[in-house]
Structures are given as structure tokens and as C-alpha cells.
Ligand binder design. Structure first.
Ligand code: ARG
Length: 262
């Protein structure tokens, strides 16, 4: 009896080894598990794209999207958290393989990293305290006012430009979007520049604190970033993105995270 078990387990082990070697050898086929584990970096104060659950796990639309792409392409992902301005350096140093962070695939950034096809169109909006009746658009900002932004984002560029032009007193940077929202709430700053769907989500989670005023200040599209020249990984991401968009998974995830109409 014991011998039997031994024989079966030897056969099993041999099988596992053969399967394992075959899977490794065909890692560029786009299907099957290549066993590759990629580190995905994000900044998680950006709901519903990048946030944390009660246990502190990194979750969000971007994480579900990356998991779906990984499953489609037969690799695995693990998520790590950085400040937003540390994400591109993390790719460049090789500490992270992928950035999924509601990141604008801008021409400026394309000089530093490579982006997937874009997956969500968005824009920066201005938000003020819910009971503020004097600021109704960017034009209403005055040279005595302070405007908050998240460090390293496109909102930083907009805010700093307003400061340079003398249209506001000071552009105030925060590493975490929730701290920037809180600064509007306490009156430490007069307004906040941030991506529209994320500002809407903060309004949804904490009603009557802030409100959006005026039109979109910029329009932008999110892309998934990899180290410059990593076409092998970028091809997998683009192939997976296309597949999950075509099979309806992408739309289900938009629905799940309340992004279908944003
Ligand atoms: N879309 C903006 C940008 O790319 C802000 C992104 C912030 N993302 C984040 N996970 N905090 O500049």
C-alpha cells in the first residue's frame, strides 16, 4: 500500500515538473500560467480607483482591472503602495514592474515611462467647501487664496501655474488626497484641484463636506505604466486589457466601482 502511494506521488511530481517547464517555456503565448509575479505600484488615497479596505488591503477599480488582465494573460500581481510622486521612480529603479494609479498618460510622462492603451477618460475639477457660495469656478479664485493638490499629479501643474500667474496666493501640496479634502473642510485652504471621479467619490463617502464647481479644468486619460522599453510586459497588458474590454469584464468593474456614469 505504502509503495503504491510512493509511486503515485513520484509520477505526480514528475508530471508537475513537466507541466511547470512547459508553462515557463510558453510564457509569451498569452494564455496559461507563466508563473510570473509582477509588482504593481499605486497610491491608495484615490477612490474608487486606488483605495484600501477595512483590513488595509489595497483595493479598487485599478486593482480589479490588473487582476483581470493578469488572469487573462496568465501572470500574477502583488500591490504595493507609494506616494504618487514616487511611482515613476519606482518603475525606473525596477522596484515596481507596473503602475496602476489613475495615472494620466501624458506626453510629459511618456518621456519617462511607457503607457498601455488608455482605459478611462477623466479630467481635473475644482472643489470647494460645501457651504462656499463665492467660488463658482476657477475664474473666481483670487490672489489671497490657497489651493490644494496631490503632489506629483496634473493638479499640481495646474495649481502651481495659478500661483505663478498670481491668480492665487499659494498652491499647497499634500501626499494624500484625503488630507487635501480635510484641508478644504477645516478652511486651511480655499479649494482643491483633483480628478473628477475621485472628487465625486469623496463627496459620495462624506456628504456635505465639499462640492465641485465649474467646468472641467483639464481633460485626461488614464493609462497603465511600465518601465520604458519593457515592451514584453506592455504587450501582455495591452492584450489583456483588450480581452477584458471585449468580454464585458471591464464594464462589470466600472459598474462595481460606481464608475459607469462618471
Ligand atoms: N490623474 C492624475 C495624474 O495622473 C492624478 C492621479 C492620482 N492617482 C493616485 N493614485 N493618487 O496626475
Amino acid at each position: 500500500m505504502k509503495n503504491w502511494i510512493k509511486k503515485i506521488s513520484i509520477v505526480c511530481m514528475a508530471l508537475i515538473m513537466v507541466v511547470g517547464v512547459t508553462a515557463c517555456g510558453s510564457s509569451d503565448s498569452g494564455s496559461g500560467d507563466s508563473g510570473e509575479v509582477y509588482t504593481v505600484a499605486t497610491e491608495p488615497t484615490f477612490p474608487p480607483f486606488d483605495t484600501t479596505d477595512e483590513e488595509g488591503n489595497i483595493v479598487g477599480f485599478d486593482m480589479d482591472l490588473m487582476n483581470a488582465i493578469a488572469e487573462d494573460q496568465g501572470f500574477s500581481v502583488e500591490f504595493v503602495s507609494y506616494n504618487f510622486d514616487g511611482l515613476i521612480p519606482a518603475l525606473q529603479s525596477g522596484n515596481a514592474d507596473i503602475v496602476a494609479a489613475g495615472m494620466w498618460a501624458s506626453d510629459e510622462r511618456k518621456a519617462e515611462v511607457d503607457f498601455s492603451e488608455t482605459y478611462f477618460d477623466s479630467g481635473v475639477v475644482l472643489a470647494v467647501a460645501d457651504d462656499n457660495n463665492t467660488i463658482n469656478s476657477v475664474e473666481d479664485l483670487t490672489s489671497d487664496m490657497k489651493v490644494a493638490y496631490q503632489v506629483g499629479t496634473s493638479s499640481m501643474d495646474v495649481a502651481q501655474q495659478l500661483e505663478e500667474e498670481g491668480k492665487i496666493a499659494e498652491a499647497v501640496g499634500f501626499d494624500k488626497v484625503n488630507d487635501a479634502v480635510q484641508a478644504v473642510n477645516t478652511g486651511a485652504v480655499d479649494a482643491l484641484l483633483n480628478d473628477k471621479p475621485v472628487t465625486l467619490e469623496y463627496m459620495n463617502q462624506q456628504p456635505d463636506i465639499i462640492k465641485i464647481v465649474g467646468e472641467n479644468v483639464t481633460t485626461e486619460s488614464y493609462g497603465i505604466a511600465v518601465q520604458k522599453g519593457n515592451t514584453e510586459l506592455l504587450d501582455k497588458i495591452n492584450a489583456g486589457l483588450k480581452n477584458v474590454q471585449e468580454d464585458g469584464t471591464f464594464d462589470e468593474l466600472l459598474e462595481k466601482w460606481g464608475l459607469a456614469e462618471k
